[in-house]
Design a binder for this molecule. Structure first.
Ligand code: 4NP
Length: 193
């Protein structure tokens, strides 16, 4: 494993002054050319979809909303999250998600909901977190749905395309997940017009 240092320091950004040492195992990094090409299809109505809608997708939703607000672009974006499973419908995000967000000065009022086929008509992009999410989403995607279905991790400058589900692990996994989602949100937003 390669160890990589991250330092995010942005005065407007909730005192995100962090130095993490995260084990990074990967074979290829996303080239800036590739990210530029992906950005050509960027739009403003974004739905994040994971399995339970209590860890990865609400984390990404609030990070992206925060970064968009920081850019003064919150009027231009609609950002939401949902899950493919219904176990946690109506519930707040996992305690560990809330705890991790709180460390970064972020809170959320999100309540879990299930993704529906109508979401494919409302949103421009639906971001999934792993191949299993993609399979579940393809099962409900209507033929004429406009939303592009993408793996969010494709935006990771570190090239980790699968955002691991931290639910069955310990709290450290939530830090790794936060950093992963943060990198993807930053890259996605930087390349969005
Ligand atoms: P998420 O994590 O998909 O990132 O919200 C999970 C949350 C709950 C469960 C699985 C994954 N669950 O099996 O209840």
């Amino acid at each position: 494993a390669i160890f990589q240092d991250f330092a995010y320091s942005d005065p407007d950004s909730l005192a995100l002054i962090l130095i993490f040492k995260i084990p990074v195992a990967r074979s290829r990094k996303a080239s800036s050319e590739k990210l530029k090409n992906m950005a050509a299809s960027c739009n403003k109505k974004i739905l994040f979809v994971c399995l339970g809608n209590i860890c990865r997708s609400p984390t990404s939703e609030v990070i992206l909303r925060h970064l968009v607000k920081e850019k003064g672009e919150d009027e231009k974006w609609e950002i939401d999250s949902a899950g493919t499973g219904d176990w946690h419908v109506g519930k707040r995000p996992d305690k560990r998600t809330l705890q991790t967000l709180k460390k970064h000065g972020i809170s959320t009022e999100h309540r879990a909901r299930v993704v529906t086929s109508k979401d494919f008509n409302k949103f421009d992009i639906i971001f999934a977190f792993d191949e299993s999410n993609i399979r579940d989403l393809k099962d409900i995607r209507p033929k004429a749905g406009k939303a592009e279905l993408k793996l969010f991790g494709e935006w990771d400058p570190e090239g980790v395309t699968n955002v691991e589900d931290p639910y069955y692990g310990d709290i450290e996994g939530f830090d790794v997940m936060f950093e992963h989602c943060f990198r993807c949100c930053k890259a996605f937003l930087e390349h969005s017009k």
